[in-house]
Design a protein around this ligand. Structure first.
Ligand SMILES: O=C(O)CCC(=O)C(=O)O
Ligand SMILES: [Fe+2]
Length: 312
């Protein structure tokens, strides 16, 4: 699971010079991500204004508890997770503005950096993660210190890929990750012994899901919003977290992301876990599988080949 380091000077010259000697750097970056690499920037290419950084890191000293998992939803320009009982409306408004700026600046950067995708993505949530990750007390399926591939329980992607851009804004400490084997290997470890080969829905199930969606019932019961692809990805996520033997024995690598660095990765295919660290920003993109420069590497393509049928 290579970590590809991109120095800021190299990034700037590649973006300026573009296609040199028939090699489009942006296509190479896309292909590397699609192959399961982590693109790592020792110095973030999306710097945060000093006053925003100060604001994000300063919340604890002011005694106001803004710090939970904070999400910004760009499509609705909405902020959630800020604790309204302890944060004043002024602080929430300020945080909202900081997250809005952050989300827009990451989107702007990736529009250029991953130009071959032509913005064929949904700009999903941005998040601020101000809690210490070490020894957080969460139920198994919600634990992020266990290796997993991402699947959102209530937000199926219908084959879109989950691309995440992170920034460690801690002033002194690394954010410590573990990453696992490539997606086909992980699938091979679970299918068919521990998980069934994904299969398309039968006629009855299709009709049931259609009805649930038409009546709004699917909002209450997340399974009814999922395609067979989403169902498999959700099961895989749970199976990995719940399998102690897999957690113990699978091949893995430790990666530490220093303060001020950024990295991006397709988290629905690259197994990952966060062991320690505090104060990170993240922006999620849901990228169309058909926009890949190597479409055959998309998990939906891999699983459909296995199933011999459409899964979305
Ligand atoms: O916060 C992190 O560093 C990664 C956590 C994670 O696995 C996730 O949000 O899916
Ligand atoms: Fe994750």
């Amino acid at each position: 699971m290579p970590v590809r380091s991109i120095r800021i000077e190299d990034l700037k010259s590649a973006l300026k010079n573009g296609d040199t000697a028939g090699m489009d750097p942006a296509r190479t970056w896309c292909a590397q991500l699609e192959a399961g690499d982590i693109l790592y920037f020792p110095q973030t290419p999306v710097p945060i204004p000093a006053e925003d950084l100060h604001f994000l890191l300063g919340q604890q000293q002011t005694g106001s508890k803004l710090h939970k998992n904070i999400a910004y939803k760009p499509n609705r320009d909405q902020l959630t997770g800020a604790d309204a009982t302890t944060a004043t409306p002024g602080l929430v408004e300020q945080l909202h503005a900081v997250m809005r700026r952050y989300s827009a600046s990451v989107a702007g950067f990736l529009t250029q950096f991953l130009a071959p995708y032509e913005q064929r993505w949904i700009l999903d949530y941005a998040s601020y993660r101000p809690l210490e990750e070490e020894s957080r007390d969460l139920p198994a399926r919600r634990r992020n210190d266990l290796l997993h591939t991402d699947a959102f329980p209530t937000r199926p992607t219908r084959g879109r890929r989950i691309l995440r851009f992170f920034h460690n804004i801690h002033p002194t400490r690394t954010r410590d990750w573990v990453v696992g084997q490539p997606f086909p290997r992980v699938v091979g470890a679970f299918v068919p012994g521990l998980l069934p080969v994904p299969r398309p829905d039968g006629a009855l199930k299709r009709a049931g899901k259609r009805m649930a969606q038409a009546t709004g019932l699917a909002k209450l019961i997340p399974q009814w919003k999922r395609t067979p692809y989403d169902e498999f990805m959700m099961r895989l996520h749970n199976a990995m977290k719940e399998n102690a033997e897999f957690q113990r024995s699978c091949a893995k690598e430790h990666v530490q992301f220093p303060p001020g660095s950024s990295w991006m990765v397709y988290t629905e295919t690259v197994p990952h876990a966060v062991l320690a660290g505090q104060y990170a920003l993240e922006q999620t993109f849901l990228v169309e599988a058909a926009a890949m420069v190597t479409p055959e590497s998309a998990p939906v393509a891999i699983l459909e080949k296995m199933a011999g049928a459409r899964l979305v």
